[in-house]
Design a protein. Structure first.
Length: 502
């Protein structure tokens, strides 16, 4: 084998995404609130971007297209992306000059970043802060406040504070550490006793069951002397939690001598206890959903999709910087800077309009396919794949995925994520397509109506669905039952209604 150095001409074919195409895909993927933040960020970073401000004091008849100081941008049609890295996107920039010649009003004098805009931005930030909910106290703060109201020996109080610091609301407020971790290596018996006392002190605080070391201790801490079936509940907690989990009521009956009715009555009392008392202090704040698409129905009953863009600032290119670029007063460096900024601004305006056009087409195609769902309910949803919508709209399937990602639609039946309408399915014996969602609904109906003394096994559920013309495998039933949080037939069995206690 001989190694050598030299030059070699080689022809290869590669595919590169232009920055404009990348930006367009990023904008398409953003939900409306994230897009609003992106636009505000771009306005802060790009001085040539201006906000169209409407003066509510002006009457409608006084605001004509010719007199408007900053008319709306002309409609941007969907265009083929120019991939021309070698010429610094000259085609895109040339299109801006053409646009200026064709629609001169678009670049006429408009409002600059004046006190009006500054005041509007300040007011928007003020409204945002005013609508922020006051956070609730954390679990640690709640416990420390109670501890501070007690008269306790300082050494025990310090140990209690350290125990509280080890509790996590996300884990239900259990004490998962070791008391020995709170003490020096050569701790005396007296110090260990004080650590135990500190733990019991924390466990006496609200909420009941806090700082327990396991589920049994958590439930026992919540037992009240006046609770109905107190002794039976205590026996169930101390000795039969696993039997209750697996619904082995006959085994409990045999070991305790309690009747099935008495066991189930005690079990109902036990269910009132909280297995995760600290969870109520966990941060469960869910951001409100803002629909990206609104669904309107005309007089003929036809559904029409409208993309929500009222929250987005209406943008145009600052005439000041445009004229400075054209009148020849700018230096070469300033011209190059303005060329890039104006091109970037127009890219953003185009990408937002492109997003609106694509999202409208995709959402309309989805709505047309799932019309029965919207009119009759979830049990009428049809199987739908993204590839079907991609073929109908004429785009790649990845574009569909980006268009529906984290987007919500407001319908007469409520707000749904757009991905909700894409479901798999199977075929009935008659050759009809049935969505998996419908199978889940029918599965729930069968279980709701079953004889609780003799609930359906998974094999029996397969047979019952087969009677309705739906053929599914047993493993499919098991998978969906578990996903729906439905216990097995043994766990669903009501032994008080059963004629057998075996």
């Amino acid at each position: 084998m001989r190694l050598s150095l030299g030059l070699e001409a080689k022809q290869v074919q590669t595919y590169q995404l232009a920055p404009k195409m990348i930006q367009s895909m990023e904008i398409l993927q953003l939900p409306v609130m994230a897009l609003q933040e992106r636009v505000e960020q771009e306005m802060n970073e790009n001085p040539v971007l201006e906000l169209v401000e409407e003066d509510p004091a002006l009457p409608d008849e006084s605001a004509s297209d010719e007199e408007s100081p900053h008319p709306d941008a002309p409609t941007v049609e969907e265009k083929e992306i120019v991939v021309d890295e070698a010429h610094d996107n000259a085609d895109d920039f040339e299109r801006l000059f053409d646009l200026q010649r064709e629609v001169p009003d678009y670049f006429d004098d408009g409002p600059s970043k004046s006190s009006n805009r500054i005041e509007e931005e300040a007011q928007r930030k003020h409204d945002t802060l005013a609508n922020i909910a006051v956070p609730s106290p954390s679990l640690n703060e709640h416990l420390l406040r109670q501890l501070g109201e007690l008269e306790v020996e300082e050494e025990i109080a310090e140990l209690a504070r350290r125990i509280i610091s080890m509790l996590d609301a996300e884990d239900g407020g259990y004490f998962k550490g070791s008391l020995l971790d709170l003490l020096p290596p050569e701790a005396t018996a007296e110090q260990q006793a004080k650590a135990e006392e500190a733990l019991h002190l924390v466990q006496s605080l609200d909420p009941p069951g806090i700082a327990a070391r396991d589920l049994r201790e958590c439930l026992l801490l919540q037992l009240a002397p006046d609770m109905p079936y107190h002794d039976e509940v205590q026996t169930l907690i101390e000795n039969h939690l696993e039997d209750l989990r697996d619904n082995r009521i006959p085994r409990i009956q045999k070991k305790t001598g309690y009747s099935i009715e008495r066991i189930q009555a005690a079990w109902e009392q036990l269910k009132k206890l909280n297995p995760k008392p600290g969870a109520e202090f966990a941060d469960t704040h869910v951001a409100p959903v803002t629909p990206d698409v609104m669904l309107e129905q005309d007089e003929d009953g036809n559904y029409r999709v409208v993309v929500e863009d009222q929250r987005l600032p209406r943008l145009y290119i600052s005439p000041y910087y445009w004229k400075r670029l054209q009148n020849g007063t700018a230096t070469a460096e300033e011209k190059e800077y303005l060329r890039k900024k104006i091109t970037s601004a127009q890219w953003l305006i185009d990408a937002i309009e492109q997003r609106k056009n694509t999202l409208t087409k995709v959402a309309q195609a989805i709505v047309d396919h799932q019309r029965e769902f919207l009119e009759k309910g979830p049990e009428f949803i049809k199987p739908l794949k993204m590839q079907q919508i991609a073929d109908q709209v004429g785009v790649h399937v990845t574009t569909i995925s980006r268009a529906v990602d984290d987007k919500w639609i407001q319908t007469p039946r409520g707000i749904f994520p757009l991905r909700r309408f894409f479901v798999g399915g199977t075929r009935t014996e008659q050759g009809e397509d049935v969505a998996w969602d419908i199978i889940r609904i029918k599965l729930q109906e069968l279980i709701d109506k079953e004889d609780k003394g003799h609930p359906y096994s998974d094999d029996e559920l397969v047979k019952e669905l087969g009677k309705q013309g739906i053929k599914v495998a047993r493993r499919t039933i098991t998978k969906y039952r578990q996903k729906m949080g439905i216990p097995s037939s043994r766990q669903r069995r009501d032994w008080s209604k059963s004629d057998s206690s075996s």
